[in-house]
Design a protein around this ligand. Sequence first.
Ligand SMILES: NC(=O)c1ccc[n+]([C@@H]2O[C@H](COP(=O)([O-])OP(=O)(O)OC[C@H]3O[C@@H](n4cnc5c(N)ncnc54)[C@H](O)[C@@H]3O)[C@@H](O)[C@H]2O)c1
Length: 297
Amino acid sequence: MNKNIVVIGAGTMGNGIAHTFAQTGFKVNLVDVSQDALDRGVKTITTNLDRIIAKGNLTEDEKAQTLANITTFTALEDAVKGADLIVEAATENIDLKLKIFQQMDAAAPADCILATNTSSISITKIASVTSRPEKVIGMHFMNPVPIMKLVEIIKGYSTSKETFDAIYEMSKVLGKVPVEVNDYPGFVANRILMPMINEAIYSLYEGVAGVEEIDTVMKLGMAHPMGPLQLADFIGLDVCLSIMNVLYDGFKNPKYAPCPLLVNMVTAKKMGVKSGEGFYDYSESKKAEKISKQFAK
Ligand SMILES: NC(=O)c1ccc[n+]([C@@H]2O[C@H](COP(=O)([O-])OP(=O)(O)OC[C@H]3O[C@@H](n4cnc5c(N)ncnc54)[C@H](O)[C@@H]3O)[C@@H](O)[C@H]2O)c1
């Protein structure tokens, strides 16, 4: 079983992945180009561990051990020297990922498995820039990682059975449910989810119904915990657009064309929660308005 884990990227997904490995007992080197992102990542992990303690599912000692299992780095080369498994969770940008995989391939031990948490970029393409395509695989965790059970395990064209089996078993050790998937655009999760979100945006664009009405139909009618437009805001509208473009480019089928309203919103920098506005308003003034309304009651 792999023991020394490296996670590249300390953002939303990277800190959740590092948390999950560290809490299971693995030593984790967490790497980010930004010291601020590393500091924020460790802070988020600490807050999330406190939440688990509050629910009675973790002790203070286990929290201390989990945090002690994590070491932070800004230099990838230093972090990957003794690695058995690297999980890359840096920004979703193909050129960046290809560069990181070349760096990882040059600096990591020859038997180290190189996994990526990409939402949509071809595993086969990423593997093609390394000298070990049989050891490259997709390990697609869901957000928030410490809570969500699913991991899509994506086999690139050259991924070996040995690599697949190791990552499948590792996911189970982490308490997750692995699902075997082949390397085609969007894999399974985003191939099904993103066209649904895109169709919800088309319904709004064509005036079929309003934002809250569309979300209410899906929440109350289909028992979805969150409506598709609100979910898009949480994922980030730029991320939704980039995944639709991967599906459209990959299949050359017009059914995957991103809705013009989605394109316009991203161009106008309305990215959802992270920019303060998407289909809903998350700005400080709106939050303040909500709070003062609560006080008025
Ligand atoms: N956010 C989600 O819901 C979600 C779900 C599943 C998969 N993903 C995938 O996970 C990956 C990360 O997404 P995220 O939402 O955590 O992004 P994020 O923007 O929150 O974090 C990305 C981090 O990568 C760092 N980074 C950039 N270049 C780097 C480099 N060269 N070396 C090391 N770190 C670098 C950034 O500083 C940032 O901290 C993407 O591939 C994304 O598609 C995201």
